[in-house]
Design a protein around this ligand. Structure first.
Ligand SMILES: [Zn+2]
Length: 411
């Protein structure tokens, strides 16, 4: 059933802009690192808004915040929707925040229209999604979904010796409730796309069907240091020369599999890193992603084959160690269909899309039926202070969220 009601786009926008003032940066972005004083301020604003909307607040041991609007059905599991309030150091005003405040806007809209739902509706804030201050990312949702142990998360350090657990306590968000085990009937997350596809195609809404699988490697190349002037070309064991061939190969591996495959060498160390010494050892990282497991395995296989070939050609010892594997995420078909129906019923241009990035929803998908809604962002740019989105698109995504929530909560 689709009710003929809409969210208040202006109120959503005003809330986004008010939240963006907390930790506002010079170039128009936001900096609210997880569990900093500014993160606390952002959380407090969200909590005040939820209390004003009549919600019951609870905080779990990971500092995840749940704001519940009760349903008629007493003990039914809630339809939950949200995202994160923490940002990158030079973050934007929409990444994460949009999903949280879209959830709040849904609750405010249900209140405006006096709509009762069978299941409770909850707006949620997940702790430390970005992983910028405490790696790895998506820690709050990860512990909730049983991916990480609570004590492991508490022990994460920010590089200045402060731990996640101590910082949770310091800002007053180490809650009483256990993290995880809380029943979730459905989880929806609205988010900016953080990529260029929706904008390029002029679509207002992305129906997210899943997220890419990822394999991360540490690659070390060992050659032999020697004099740049006196060593003939055919006598060299140049580790950086070998690494350069591998980087070209990494690029080819993804380029050969359009449109979904991507590959990145994002970090490199060269030793001794001296102008007139042939590099003796190189370390670099490889990030391979593809929505299908089989294709990703083939990409990893080609990387290993390239390491063996380049090593043999250049007299180099090359080791590629797989550090991280994230399986493909396939969202719940019924939840995805609810999003698609919402977009269709409201007459918004929409298309199915696969997330290239990780999101809290990727972990929550392991413990509850889950789907996501994407809206376009300007030039596909995110994790950047200039990150921007159109009020109309943000409102469209939130309206789709409202209708998907109503369908699943039986409003
Ligand atoms: Zn995000």
């Amino acid at each position: 059933m689709t009710r003929n009601i809409s969210i208040d786009g202006q109120r959503l926008w005003d809330s986004l802009m008010e939240m963006a003032r907390i930790g506002a940066t010079e170039k128009g972005g936001s900096c609210r690192l997880a569990l900093s004083d500014l993160d606390r301020e952002g959380r407090e604003l969200f909590v005040r808004w939820c209390q004003a909307a009549g919600c019951t607040l609870s905080v779990d041991a990971m500092g995840n915040i749940f704001a519940r609007r009760p349903g008629r059905g007493g003990d039914l599991a809630p339809v939950m929707t949200g995202s994160h309030l923490d940002t990158q150091p030079t973050g934007g005003r929409f990444d994460g925040v949009y999903g949280v405040l879209a959830g709040l806007e849904v609750i405010r809209t249900l209140n405006d229209h006096g709509i009762e739902t069978e299941a409770p509706v909850e707006a949620v804030v997940w702790t430390n999604e970005e992983g910028a201050r405490f790696a790895p990312p998506m820690t709050g949702s990860g512990v909730f979904a049983g991916v990480f142990e609570l004590d492991t998360a508490y022990g994460l350090s920010d590089g200045e010796g402060r731990t996640l657990g101590a910082e949770l306590e310091r800002i007053g968000y180490k809650g009483e409730a256990a993290c995880g085990g809380r029943e979730v009937g459905t989880y929806f997350e609205a988010h900016i796309e953080q990529g260029p596809i929706l904008e390029a195609e002029g679509q207002a809404v992305g129906v997210v069907t899943g997220a890419q699988a990822q394999r991360w490697f540490d690659v070390s190349v060992r050659g032999r240091e020697s004099h740049a002037g006196t060593t003939p070309m055919d006598r060299r064991r140049d580790a950086l020369g070998g690494a350069a061939k591998l980087i070209t190969e990494v690029e080819r591996i993804a380029t050969a599999r359009p449109p979904h495959a991507v590959s990145t060498v994002g970090h490199m160390q060269v030793a001794p890193n001296s102008r007139n010494t042939i590099p003796g050892s190189v370390f670099f990282t490889v990030d391979l992603r593809h929505p299908e497991d089989e294709a990703l395995l083939a990409m990893a296989g080609e990387l290993r084959a390239a390491c063996a070939r380049v090593g043999a050609e250049g007299g180099l010892e090359i080791a590629a160690e797989e550090m991280t594997y994230m399986p493909p995420v396939v969202f719940d078909p019924e939840c995805v269909a609810a999003v698609r129906r919402g977009a269709g019923a409201l007459g918004y241009g929409h298309r199915d899309i696969i997330s290239g990035a990780g999101h809290d929803a990727c972990y929550i998908n392991r413990v509850a039926p889950t789907a996501m809604i994407f809206v376009p962002c300007k030039d596909g740019i995110s994790h950047n202070e200039v990150e921007s989105a159109e009020p109309d698109d943000l409102a469209a995504g939130c309206n789709v969220l409202l209708h998907a929530v109503l369908e699943r909560a039986r409003g």
